[in-house]
Design a protein around this ligand. Structure first.
Ligand code: C2O
Ligand code: CU
Ligand code: CU
Length: 498
């Protein structure tokens, strides 16, 4: 039973702030703003030729990806995946892009819309498309992770959002088993916004890491895959440590996406707590203050930041997510150094009135009867490394991914309680497609709101209990570790709902 909650917030991102945004920009960066303004809204016809600005200037600038907005219930876009020469941190490098930019365009939808994507694969290997976090069908030409779009081929996706789809920020990325980590690390990712309230715009903050070496994306070793690769460069909207000029005293909404292949983002803001208005598709009735917020790969956060009079940075702090623990290779470093995600630079003041933000809290499964329980166990061990030579195997319930095997059979209309058990020395962020998970037994600090996520971190040697309402979408899909190297190495299973 969801009860609609409205709040008045002093959101100063009103258009009055637009002029000040030029501060620190190099010209290239200006086109991506405002995120939902008319200038960047694109209808179907423009989609194929939309020019993004995500990959641009070095430190100092700010840019957001081009926004493609649905009209009359439909967003019809072409996404072309191709190797492209783009500027990264002041140098040119060949990355993989959607429509020529890193990140790809932001797809902006309303609940009830149909998303049509003509995916063109100009890569020299297979790919496909996953709409991470969307509560939509995983069958046919909807959000189907089993599809394979070969090199040189194209495919038409049709993804229908239900009228009651949660508002929030989601994202898209390739999901072809065995190639997901490489393709994401090389630049294939973009944001999806589902909202029906244009009055409270938010900045898209897509965080991803990569390593550029001699003008190309570095290849990684087997030990790095086993650890879960960490890129040397953290990119925010394709930029290194960008600066966002905003009026002091205003409240800015930041929609942060952790699009890193493996890196955890242990976020903090210097000088003030984070105000967390939502995580993944779940909104809190009122923002929850947190000193630190851990976003595992795949997680998103809806943050509200009151801009102080001095510069302030959103920092991803060094984080130890454990080790693949092979004695012969020694202890491998984890996400070992702080990175600046962005710096807010005060530029004038803005007394403009705030806009109304509506968040619909998700259904709370704590008080609901459970129809079934199961335990999923993550293990790692030495063995034949999935066709890549001797290495470590990454398994769930003793099995590596097999698309032809059904690992979990569930019934539509039931609520289940799953215990996620991690017997390894590394953290594994567990992701289930289609159905959100409510973490049981923990609530965010100072809030009793349900903690609903589509990626749930399961720390080394620990267990986490979640509840899942299997509603609405019969068919088969997957769950997996969102350290995407682990997913590619086999830590993925299939689920069939009927
Ligand atoms: Cu974001 Cu199955 O993935
Ligand atoms: Cu997903
Ligand atoms: Cu993992």
């Amino acid at each position: 039973m969801s009860q609609e909650i409205s709040r008045r917030r002093a959101l100063g991102l009103a258009l009055a702030g637009a002029g000040s945004l030029a501060v620190g920009l190099t010209g290239l960066g200006a086109r991506g703003w405002p995120p939902f303004g008319a200038a960047e809204s694109s209808t179907a016809g423009d989609a194929a030729t939309g020019t993004g600005t995500g990959t641009g200037a070095g430190a100092g600038g700010w840019a957001e990806p081009t926004v493609l907005t649905s009209t009359e219930g439909v967003l019809d876009v072409e996404l072309r995946a191709a190797a492209t020469r783009v500027p990264v941190g002041g140098q040119a490098a060949t990355m993989l892009t959607y429509n020529g930019t890193v990140p790809g365009p932001t797809l902006r939808l309303h609940p009830g819309d149909q998303l049509r994507v003509h995916l063109v694969n100009d890569l020299d290997e297979a790919t496909n498309l996953h709409t991470h976090g969307l509560f939509v069908s995983a069958s046919g030409n909807s959000d189907n992770p089993f599809l394979r779009i070969g090199a040189g081929e194209s495919f038409d996706y049709r993804i229908d959002l239900p009228d009651d789809h949660p508002r929030g920020v989601f994202w898209y990325h390739p999901h072809h088993h065995g190639l997901v980590a490489d393709q994401l690390f090389a630049g294939l990712y973009g944001a999806i916004v589902v909202d029906d309230d244009e009055s409270a715009p938010a900045h898209i903050v897509m965080v991803a890491d990569t390593t550029i070496s001699q003008g190309r994306v570095a290849t990684v070793s087997m030990p790095e895959r086993m650890q879960g690769r960490t890129g040397q460069t953290v990119l925010t909207n394709g930029l290194v440590a960008p600066e966002l000029a905003v009026p002091s005293g205003s409240t800015q909404r930041l929609w942060v996406v952790n699009a890193c292949t493996s890196r955890y983002l242990d976020l903090g803001l210097d000088g003030q707590p984070l105000q967390v208005a939502g995580l993944d598709s779940g909104g809190y009735p009122t923002p929850v203050p947190m000193d630190r917020l851990l976003l595992a790969p795949g997680n998103r956060a809806d943050l509200e930041v009151e801009v102080p009079a001095a510069r302030t940075s959103l920092v991803a702090h060094a984080y130890d997510r454990g080790t693949a623990g092979m004695g012969m290779m020694g202890r491998m470093s984890s996400d070992g150094s702080d990175a600046t995600v962005l710096t807010l630079v005060p530029a004038g003041t803005d007394p403009s009135p705030g806009a109304e933000v509506t968040r619909v809290p998700p259904r709370d499964l704590r008080d609901v009867g459970v129809d079934g329980t199961r335990t999923l166990t993550f293990t790692m061990g030495m063995g034949q490394g999935m066709g890549r030579g001797m290495g470590m195997s990454f398994l769930i319930d003793g099995e590596a991914f097999d698309p032809d095997r059904v690992d979990q059979q569930v019934r539509i209309g039931t609520v289940e309680e799953w215990t996620l058990r991690n017997t390894t020395m590394m953290d594994h962020p567990f992701h289930l497609h289609v159905w959100p998970m409510q973490v049981i037994g923990t609530s965010p600090a100072s809030s009793d709101a349900p903690d609903v996520r589509d990626v749930v971190d399961v720390p080394a040697g620990r267990e986490v209990v979640v509840r899942i309402a299997f509603e609405r979408y019969p068919g088969s899909t997957v769950y997996h570790c969102h350290v995407l190297d682990h997913e590619d190495l086999g830590m993925m299973g299939t689920i069939r709902a009927s």
